[in-house]
Design a protein around this ligand. Structure first.
Ligand SMILES: [Zn+2]
Length: 88
């Protein structure tokens, strides 16, 4: 099973989760329940001390996605206007 590396946007907590490919991706930080995103890094690369990835651009992208998600979940009103065929 592949190991996925996650980084919390809010508290900076990073952790790894062993998941099946079929499992849904994590979305919340284990510590603060804040939004997290998956860090893609080459196999064998270990995040320790210096050499930390700058992922600010990813953060922006993440926020956009979050917004898009919330927007899509809001029910859109598709009520059709009443036909005014009955004229006085
Ligand atoms: Zn967190």
């Amino acid at each position: 099973m592949p190991t996925y590396h996650y980084l919390c946007e809010r508290c900076g907590h990073e952790f790894e989760v062993v998941q099946r490919i079929t499992d849904p991706p994590r979305k919340r930080c284990l510590k603060c329940r804040g939004p997290i995103y998956r860090v893609i890094h080459p196999v064998g690369h270990i995040l320790k001390g210096s050499g930390f990835y700058r992922t600010d651009y990813r953060t922006d992208e993440f926020k956009k996605q979050e917004k898009a998600e919330t927007a899509s979940t809001t029910p859109d009103k598709t009520e059709k206007p009443k036909k005014s065929k009955d004229k006085d």
